[in-house]
Design a protein around this ligand. Structure first.
Ligand code: ADP
Length: 488
């Protein structure tokens, strides 16, 4: 019932290798379920190293023709793919909500967001400029060109089943690189639907391959991707421990690596902030996707003078959020992805309460059961609690009290992560000081939603390497080649 699609072909149950819908060699499959009700949606192949190798070899074989085409020709196919994704927006959103759980309106938003990377990189494909460098000697001419790096392996998470794929695949294809994607075991269906639409858009076989596999087989697929010398670039979005492992594995063949890992975003509300705007910012940044994004506010630091007023306003706003299955009516909070996620959120809340935090709102599993959790606010939170150190990845807003700007900056930077941070202030001097002092790749200033296709997304410290989206995102898939012409 959930998956009534206008275009039923978009629901695929096979992986995609070299343009062919394929089964696992040993016939094994894995179940894809709806996190809102545990219903089985379909099964997909549970592949391993051998199928991954085949996909990598097919990608390599497709590379020469693709990279030799004019950028404009690649752009035209990407542009058609973008249009097909947008025409299938409703179906893709339903698929996404069914396998991932986010409310339908958010899923539609993600389809458009994901598609925007395809459109953007179709345009950027034509702008991979090089350089002519004035020569230090009369008899030489120096030229710098940009060339595609080669076969790309992409490993993606379940929280943005479309956007995390298009953000890697679109710049890779635009630059001239073929891609082998391993989507998360929880959300393979959006990836497969994207591949079908790419094929319909005219993308030649071998350039986009989707290897589906279970949690258990992920290390086999990842092992092949990182050890195979044909793969020249690995792009990963996911947890920090897995990112570190893949980086280590990639070192033997010295692959280029882009990593988008965990965050622990501070969200600072200064005394001079517009409190209503700050509340809206927390709602957007903390509770979007039920708190399951890597740029979600994880620690909310509030200055003493506005702490109580802010807590009150936030509580009123959060208690108005409707929790429910994403496909049913107007809900703002879906289920968590699985039981392990629910257990982690509960562990963070219990640990905070045991160490002296106060529950302002929520704090326990939702009456709906399953993996639904109540939108939660904790007050009087301190640095020794788990919520301060780890990414909660759930709908829990911990409030910390601070007194001075220096104290807020020190607290904000006291983490090994450095993905996003946010602060609210109306003082122009403070805005510059704090923006420059925060150790993160992205800073939202009086703004809780910062991601879009034209801006560089990425982190510093242990949050990752490289940038996605924007003109910087194309560079990740290009090599710089220097040509020195002598004897003139
Ligand atoms: P999460 O906790 O959000 O699932 P992970 O980092 O475990 O974060 O997952 C992100 C992606 O990395 C998923 O596609 C997952 O299957 C994949 N993954 C997990 N472990 C490995 C591994 N050892 N090798 C390759 N991929 C892996």
């Amino acid at each position: 019932m959930y998956l009534t699609l206008n275009d039923p072909e978009l629901l695929r149950s096979q992986a995609f290798i070299n343009g062919v819908w394929s089964e696992a060699e040993d016939g094994k499959t894995l179940a894809v379920t709806n996190p809102a009700n545990a219903e089985l949606l379909t099964s997909v192949p549970d592949m391993g190293a051998s199928e991954t190798r085949r996909a990598i070899e097919a990608a390599q074989a497709a590379w020469f023709d693709w990279r030799s085409r004019p950028a404009k020709a690649r752009a035209q196919i990407l542009q058609r793919w973008y249009e097909l994704v947008m025409s299938a927006q409703d179906d893709l959103a339903r698929l996404m909500t069914a396998e991932q759980g986010k409310p339908l309106a958010e899923a539609k938003g993600e389809v458009a967001y994901g598609a925007s990377f395809i459109e953007w990189f179709a345009e950027e494909a034509k702008r991979a400029y090089g350089d002519v460098i004035p020569s230090p000697t009369a008899d030489k001419r120096l030229v710098v060109t940009k060339q595609s790096v080669g076969v790309v392996a992409a490993i993606t998470p379940w929280n943005f089943p479309i956007a995390m794929i298009t953000r890697k695949v679109a710049p890779a294809l635009a630059a001239g690189c073929p891609v082998v994607v391993k989507p998360a075991p929880e959300t393979p269906l959006c990836a497969l639907a994207l591949a079908l639409l790419a094929k319909r858009a005219g993308l030649p076989d071998g350039l986009l391959n989707i290897i589906t596999c279970s949690k258990e087989n992920a290390s086999l697929v990842g092992g092949e991707m990182t050890s195979n010398p044909i793969v020249r670039k690995l792009s990963f979005t996911g947890s920090t421990p897995v990112g570190k492992l893949l980086m280590r594995q990639s070192s033997d063949t010295v692959k280029k690596v882009s990593l988008e890992l965990g965050g622990n975003a501070p969200f600072i509300v200064f005394d001079d902030a517009d409190l209503d705007a700050a509340v809206a910012g927390v709602l957007a940044s903390k509770y979007r996707n039920t708190g399951q994004t890597c740029v979600c506010a994880n620690r909310i630091l509030v200055q003493d003078g506005v702490y109580d007023a802010f807590a009150q306003k936030l509580s009123a706003a959060v208690s108005a959020l409707t929790v429910g299955a994403g496909l049913e009516g107007d809900v703002q909070q879906g289920p968590l992805i699985n039981e392990a996620a629910l257990a982690k959120v509960q562990r963070h809340v219990d640990d905070a309460v045991a160490k002296g935090a106060r529950i302002v709102l929520g704090g326990k599993p939702h009456a709906l059961g399953g993996t639904f959790f109540e939108p939660t606010i904790l007050a009087d939170v301190t640095p020794e609690m788990l919520v301060t150190r780890e990414e909660t990845f759930g709908p829990v807003a911990p409030l910390y009290r601070f007194h001075t700007e220096d104290e807020a900056i020190a607290l904000a930077n006291d983490t090994e992560f450095g993905l996003a941070s946010y602060f609210y202030s109306r003082d122009i001097g403070r805005i510059w000081r704090v923006a420059e002092a925060l150790e993160s790749g992205m800073v939202g200033i009086n703004e809780g939603i910062i991601s879009n296709e034209v801006a560089p997304f990425g982190g510093i410290k242990e949050s990752g390497l490289g940038r996605e989206g924007s003109r910087y995102g194309l560079e990740e898939y290009l090599e710089t080649k220097y040509l020195c012409m002598g004897g003139l």
